[in-house]
Design a protein around this ligand. Structure first.
Ligand SMILES: *[C@@H]1O[C@H](CO)[C@@H](O)[C@H](O)[C@H]1NC(C)=O
Ligand SMILES: *[C@@H]1O[C@H](CO)[C@@H](O)[C@H](O)[C@H]1NC(C)=O
Ligand SMILES: *[C@@H]1O[C@H](CO)[C@@H](O)[C@H](O)[C@H]1NC(C)=O
Ligand SMILES: *[C@@H]1O[C@H](CO)[C@@H](O)[C@H](O)[C@H]1NC(C)=O
Ligand SMILES: *[C@@H]1O[C@H](CO)[C@@H](O)[C@H](O)[C@H]1NC(C)=O
Length: 661
């Protein structure tokens, strides 16, 4: 038995090559409709009903292989003088790479000769489904590659840019390559081409086994073969190729992806000219594309129409599938019950796709866009907040849902919310006159707010804050009272915006470097110590706001200027009216002015216990209560607020001041 097998082995080992039928393998596929038996397909490859061989669709990180099913004898064993040279071969094929409708695709396709139809461990992306990080550059691969690469080098900065044609021998790194292009006539002029053009491109690869060189040529499919090859690379494949090789294609996608198609293919062993492909007989992907008439002009027209169709279809598919999917995927059960939830599509449409030109303000939380809701035509302001995570989303939604129920004539009404990926969108009613901050400090056409208007605004803010603090079903701390958060409506009434928003920080979604939320100049000193916002810290900020309105000065000025300190000093000198905004031209009620200034001081008192509540503030403003000017401990009203807000010396400065008294 053993001896018999040994002889059989010897017989085949020594004599089989001599008897082996060496054919000048030749084949041609114009479309692959009848080629299912002739090809070995692996991975993502399919022959679609139109006869197009699709190596990959645009899924990410996939590989598609297609090999001619029969092995090719790469060494001619028929001649008695056993030739050591790898045989010449010639191949021609038409491929098409269609990137996704938006952005660039990847990663490309390759023609290859490999010892097997199995390429174990092959990786997608830059390895084009042929090699991997371990076997790349190994001589034991016996692989010859001509790559049509659409993504920048696999070794960034080392390999040539994307959109190139290159030759790789046992490695994916090109030993020779050229940007995708073709020579015009016999000139040196090259016409550039885009590989991922969604257009059919024809390629010719010829290996001359005697002169030991590979020629690579490409051109638009409708053209005659260019006279000059794109490049000719001297190389001897004798040491590279094995006796029998499989010939075929590989394509892969990665983070970027494209459809990779082969429309037709011919191959000839032992010849320098592959059987000619008649391009007009080739199918086109996708099926809708017309391939009946083919003079160059109509071809171009049809191609253009096809591209447009593909684009439109792409957009349609994107809108229909992706958008809806994106929406419903994120939508959880509890969200459906939220009456204030908006559809992202509506907000997207309302703001013209969050166009920069629609931005009406930038706040600490994000940009604000003006929009018109497609559903009912109402004007809204959409605040876009980019969160780092969707943690605490449920609590967030609960919070917003409850804020959405707040109703007061001095609050900006929160219509609702929407979340999209990591963006949170808050939909507010649109308030036409903009922020108090801009009306006060950058008045349009130099129109100065008169005292009556200012006093009305002061009362309005107080009413809004009182509602938040005491009149609603639960206490809402605003936490960021400041002039830029006060909007002025068409009747010149104050409307507080952004209320309760700061609480969202508590739900963990928004990162913030400190626990303190607020705006420099408006932050109560105890807030920096304890981090705990209270109604009283809102009152502090309200006090600063009063001083701003009366003096038209910002809370913190250049160098050492502190508004509250300055007003306080003037107050102690009995000259508080010296601080009044000169642009009022003395047309104000001195009694009201003095009330507002002193009220501002007492509200922004350093010590919490001296600050009134908003209810008291309302009573003072309405004249129901007389402001107890003489009972105030003014001495401790002013000291370095700046340190308390900025300094690490906070503890020291405040405690020493307190102990000083
Ligand atoms: C494809 O396979 C069929 C059946 O094996 C065969 O008849 C035909 O000649 C093959 N065509 C090519 C181009 O190899
Ligand atoms: C093999 O290649 C050498 C050059 O490397 C050439 O001289 C010789 O003619 C070739 N043999 C055949 C049979 O083609
Ligand atoms: C390759 O191209 C060169 C010109 O660059 C040409 O002389 C040679 O014949 C070509 N070889 C084949 C096999 O087409
Ligand atoms: C193969 O092709 C070569 C060149 O075209 C030719 O010389 C040779 O006779 C062919 N061999 C067979 C078996 O057809
Ligand atoms: C290509 O195919 C078309 C349609 O089948 C035919 O009319 C035309 O003559 C063919 N061209 C060549 C060069 O064979």
């Amino acid at each position: 038995m053993g001896i018999l097998s040994f002889f059989l082995f010897l017989f085949f080992f020594f004599f089989f090559p001599v008897f082996a039928q060496s054919k000048n393998t030749s084949f041609i596929f114009e479309g692959f409709n009848e080629a299912a038996e002739n090809l070995t397909l692996e991975g993502a490859s399919v022959i679609n009903p139109g006869g197009v061989l699709r190596l990959t669709d645009k899924s990410k990180y996939i590989i598609g292989h297609a090999f001619y099913a029969k092995p090719i004898q790469m060494f001619d064993k028929t001649s008695s003088s056993f030739s050591p040279n790898a045989s010449s071969f010639s191949t021609s094929f038409v491929f098409e790479i269609a990137p996704p409708s938006s952005g660039s695709g990847g990663y490309g396709l390759a023609f290859l000769l490999a010892p097997s139809t199995q390429l174990p461990g092959a990786e997608p992306g830059h390895y084009l489904g042929i090699l991997n990080g371990n076997n790349d550059r190994s001589a034991s691969n016996h692989i010859f590659i001509v790559e049509f690469d659409t993504v920048n080098g696999y070794n960034e900065g080392v390999d040539v840019p994307g959109n190139h044609v290159g030759i790789g021998i046992n490695q994916i790194f090109s030993v020779a390559s050229e940007p995708a292009s073709y020579y015009v006539g016999n000139t040196d002029h090259k016409e550039e081409m885009t590989l991922e053009s969604s257009e059919p491109i024809r390629a010719w690869i010829e290996y001359d086994g005697v002169n030991k060189a590979v020629n690579v040529t490409i051109s638009p499919a409708g053209m005659e073969k260019p006279l000059r090859p794109l490049f000719s690379h001297p190389t001897d494949l004798t040491g590279v190729l094995q006796e029998t090789m499989y010939v075929g294609f590989s394509a892969s996608t990665g983070e970027k992806s494209s459809f990779h198609y082969i429309l037709g293919w011919s191959f000839q062993l032992n010849g320098v000219v592959a059987p000619p492909l008649n391009v007009s007989n080739l199918p086109r992907p996708p099926e809708e594309k017309d391939s009946s008439s083919y003079d160059a002009k109509t071809a171009a027209l049809i191609s253009a129409l096809c591209v447009v169709t593909v684009l439109l279809l792409g957009i349609l598919v994107y809108l229909l599938l992706f958008r809806r999917k994106g929406d419903s995927e994120i939508l959880e059960d509890w969200e459906i019950d939220c009456p204030h939830r908006f559809r992202y599509q509506d907000l997207y449409a309302a703001t013209n796709g969050f166009k920069e030109s629609e931005v009406i303000g930038i706040g600490g939380f994000g940009a604000v866009f003006k929009g018109v809701l497609p559903t009912n035509g109402s004007e809204v302001a959409v605040k876009k907040i980019t969160r780092n995570s969707l943690q605490g989303m449920r609590e967030f939604a609960a919070e917003i849902e409850s804020l959405g129920r707040l109703r007061h004539k001095n609050l900006v009404h929160l219509h609702g919310w929407c979340k999209q990926k990591n963006d949170l969108l808050l939909v507010y009613e649109y308030i036409p006159n903009g922020s108090l901050d801009s009306l006060l400090f950058n008045p349009k056409n130099g129109v100065v707010l008169n005292w009556e208007q200012r006093f009305n605004i002061i009362e309005g803010i107080a009413a809004g804050l009182l509602y938040l603090h005491e009149e609603w079903e639960q206490v809402v701390i605003h936490r960021d009272v400041k002039s830029s958060n006060v909007l002025i409506d068409a009747e010149m009434n104050a409307r507080l915006g952004d209320f309760g928003l700061a609480r969202l920080y508590d739900h963990g979604g928004m990162s913030h470097t400190t626990n303190v939320v607020g705006t420099i100049g408006y932050i109560a000193p105890e807030l920096t110590r304890t981090g705990k916002a209270s109604a009283s810290s809102d009152v502090f900020a309200y006090g600063i706001l009063l001083l701003e309105l009366a003096t038209e000065r910002r809370p913190i000025g250049s160098s050492d200027f502190l508004l509250v300190e300055w007003v306080s000093e003037c107050q102690q000198l009995g000259q508080i009216l010296d601080t009044v905004d000169p642009s009022l031209n003395s047309s104000y009620s001195p009694k009201e002015m003095e009330l507002v200034l002193t009220l501002g001081l007492i509200c922004s008192h350093q010590r919490q216990q001296f600050r009134p509540t908003m209810r008291q503030v309302m009573r003072y403003l309405s004249g129901d209560d007389i402001f107890p000017l003489d009972d105030v401990d003014w001495g401790s009203a002013h000291y370095s607020q700046r340190e308390s807000e900025f300094g690490s010396t906070l503890e020291l400065s405040s405690s020493s001041t307190y102990s000083g008294r």
